[in-house]
Design a protein around this ligand. Structure first.
Ligand code: ADP
Ligand code: MG
Length: 256
């Protein structure tokens, strides 16, 4: 990207907390992300939906640099996402991520799962990290499980711990990639309720989900992807009641 003469280096980025511009991503010959422009404002909740294979996970993974990009640029809070090194580790700490599979550390207690990052990456002392972890575990409704191991918890409880663990790092933005799709139906609501509460507290969130109830309750915007591109976007109301593209109409016809 061109930087205007006489402007500070960061000039050119907008006011978004997460800003993707012209992002292209290939896996071999296959283009997984096609010219993605996405600007997420501070406090905004963006739901990303689209068919399987449309690039939703890849999009999330480029934002915390679990995947490199082939062209374009990504800014987090006005700073360009570094490609590697210490700067990347620091930057990645600003982006919390919750996956479909809960990915807790199996051989650590619930409490240790939540304190590990703040102690190792943020340099927090143990007592402080534990106090904060207990507060977060309480907030997501699993305070009583602190001494247990992940396998002793239900899927819904584990996913709430995963959310607490991400929040313990005090991220500027939270990414959720199909956080409820591996859960039994009765556990979905307890995880969505935690996410709705988080949205209500002003957290900036990018959420890949097909949970329309969540989108209608908590999302400011729905982004619809197909074949690696953003095909359309709008408010949940606009998108669900009056999708514009044939791709979106077809997709909604299948899931609603
Ligand atoms: P979604 O999350 O929307 O289902 P993905 O982002 O997982 O889609 O995948 C987008 C496309 O990129 C798919 O065609 C998928 O097969 C391909 N893809 C994703 N990850 C890789 C990878 N590590 N190597 C090769 N192809 C990949
Ligand atoms: Mg996916």
């Amino acid at each position: 990207m061109t930087v205007l003469e006489g402007q500070p280096a960061a000039a050119g980025h907008g006011s978004g907390l997460v800003e993707m511009r012209g992002v292209q991503k290939y896996f071999g010959q296959m283009q997984a992300l096609k010219d993605i422009d996405l600007n997420v404002q501070k406090g905004e909740v963006v739901v990303v939906i689209g068919p399987s294979g449309s690039g939703k996970s890849t999009l999330c993974r480029t934002i915390n640099r679990l995947e490199t990009i082939d062209d374009g640029v990504i800014f987090i809070d006005g700073k360009e996402l570094p490609q590697e090194g210490k700067a990347l580790a620091a930057h990645r700490a600003e982006v919390g991520m919750v996956f479909q599979s809960f990915n807790l550390f199996a051989h650590k207690t619930i409490l240790e799962n939540v304190t590990l990052g703040p102690i190792k990456v943020r340099g927090m002392n143990k007592a402080e990290a534990e106090a904060k972890a207990r507060e977060l575990l309480d907030r997501v409704g699993v305070a009583h499980q602190a001494a247990k191991y992940p396998a002793q918890l239900s899927g819904g409880q584990q996913q709430r711990v995963a959310i607490a663990r991400a929040l313990a790092m005090e991220p500027k933005v939270m990414l959720f990639d199909e956080p409820t799709s591996a859960l039994d139906p009765e556990m979905i609501k307890e995880v969505l309720d935690v996410m709705i509460d988080l949205a209500g507290r002003g957290m900036t969130m990018i959420v890949v989900t097909h949970e329309m109830g969540f989108a209608r309750t908590a999302a400011n915007r729905v982004v619809f992807m197909a074949d690696g591109a953003i095909v359309e976007e709008g408010t949940p109301e606009e998108f669900f009641t009056n999708p514009k593209s044939d791709r979106a109409k077809d997709f909604l016809g299948k899931i609603l």
